[in-house]
Each structure stands twice: as structure tokens, then as C-alpha cells.
Design a protein. Sequence first.
Length: 334
Amino acid sequence: MKLQVGAKVFSKRFLLINVWGSLLATVLLLCLAIAQQPQSSKQDFGELEKVALAELAETNTPGAAVGVVSGDRLVFAKGFGVSKQRVGPDTVIGFVAETVVGATAGCVPPAPGYFERIREICDRYGVLLILDEVMCGLGRTGARWACAQEGVAPDLLVVAKGLGAGYQPISATLVADKIFAAIRDARVTFMHGHSYQAHAVACAAALAVQRVIREQNLIANSQTQGESLKRLLNERFGDYPDVGDIRGRGLCIALELVKDRETKEPFDPAMNLWLTVMLKGMEFGLMCYPGGGTAGGEKGDHVLLAPPFNINSAHVEEIVEKLSLTFNSVFNHV
Ligand SMILES: Cc1ncc(COP(=O)(O)O)c(C=O)c1O
């Protein structure tokens, strides 16, 4: 497929589709999309969303199919201020998703075959597949790329956290050859940038981190320690009354906290349970990453565990032990 970047070619495409619960982090594409839609108005987006979903459903487009396949709601990326006009597959510039959803929903891997189907649909309609692996990429899920575990290659891939492992602030957008070629050959100025992009010290730190990961075989360690962490968590909390689900991949694991194990009914969000768990965990020396809104955006609590890639089996046991002390103290079941 010959892809061209230029106002004329892309003028019809102004919508980005984003899976609900995923974090939209592709500033590059947002800039592109907004640049292609200069006559924006202050149209109520809620209204457009309804119209768009209805039309997409009728035309059997990716958006509608995705919603059905994942059982998720679909929303259009906000902030475009688009005027009310016809929407359909030819107006969609990209589909953005986290391959494994991280902090927002608590380590949710895709349903089997989900991304293969998305890739197929994107190819059919000339829609760019943009994957956000800021959290799940670069070894966190036990593979260098979470999308490789799904057997797909996106058109654009964003990474950050694992790139510099926190030693330096650095992120990157990886693009497929066809995107690279389109930008190179477009003969227009590609307006993008940050004050400190490609910062030499940050790049050197990222390179050093990636070398250590390779030399010490830390992605394999993420896979094996992740498996044993998940096994121990299942042994300890598999029947725990307040734990509704234990999920994730590699060293990206979450426990969903529920009021009722059978119905998965969440706790009252006013309790801010996730915050209580975080503070109590710190008392026991456990730094976990809890979050709220797990179940539908407003309700729901989860605890995310994302330890460093170089943990050993003693650390894994320590995490489970400290989480156990935390839960027992918060839920008072002992
Ligand atoms: C999945 C995901 N995407 C994007 C971001 C935002 O990244 P940044 O803070 O580098 O802009 C985050 C931050 O937590 C994230 O978890």
C-alpha cells in the first residue's frame, strides 16, 4: 500500500479510534490528524459519537467490529472538535490501543486473536494500527514486544518506560518502513518535536539499559519470574474473598479487588480502596501500583505489580508475603 502524508491525500481522514480503557499517547498522530482537519468547530462530541457509532455499525467498519469482538465500548478520540459530517472507514486515520492494557484497567491482555483481526481490518480500510507499549513494551510482558506475542506488527509503536528504566526520561516512536518512506518522500516539513528530544545523555542511558537487559537475559527473567509470581499469587489469593481476578503477563500482573467474588461486584468507589491498599502496602514495605475505575471507569479497584526485570525468586516470595500482610490488614479476614 502506498501511503502518502499530505493534506490532500489525508483530508478525508480525521478520526482516531481508541479502545476504551487504553491510554492515548500518540501525540505524533494527533498532530497529524488535527493538521488534516483545520476547519474544526465546537460541535458537541457526544452527539457526533452517537452518530458515528450508528453509521459505523451500519457500514460494518472496524470500529463496530472491534467493539463486538472485545466486548468493550468504543469511543472516538476526543479533542478533534470535528464538525458533524459523514463518518465511515475512509474517515478513520488510525486505531490506537495498548497491546496489554496497563494502569487504567490493571494488566488486561487482549482476547486471543483480537489484534490479528484488528490488523486485518486496518489493512482492509487503510487505517493505521498504532500500538501503545509505553507500559507493556520492551520486556514487561516477558517478550520484547507485547504485539509480537499477538503475532502482529503495528504501523506505529510507542515505547517509553522500559526504554530508560527510569534512569533517564526517554520515549520513542517506532514506525514501519512505509511510514518512514512516506515522511521522507513527502517533501513537506514534518512539524513535530520536543525541546529535548534525542537528548544525548538520555539516549546513552537507554542504550546502556537495553544492553544490560540483553547481556543479563532479563526479558527471559521477566517471563520466568512473572510465571512464578502469578502461580504464587494464585496459590495465595485464588480463593481470597476480595480478589476477583488475577491476570497479566510476564512481570505485568494485577489483582482485581471485588466485594463479591461470584458476581464481581466492585466496592463502593467512595471507599477509595485502592488508595488504602497502597498506603497499607507501604507500611509493610511493599510499593505496589493500585488504581481505581477498573470496572467501567468509575467503580472498581485493582493492584498492579510490576517489579524490576532482575528480581529473583526470593523477591517474588517477598512480594506475595507482603501483599498478603497488606490484604489481611485491609480486609481484616484473619
Ligand atoms: C500505556 C501508557 N501510555 C502512555 C503513557 C504516557 O506516557 P508519558 O508519560 O511518557 O507521556 C503512559 C503513562 O503512564 C502509559 O502507561
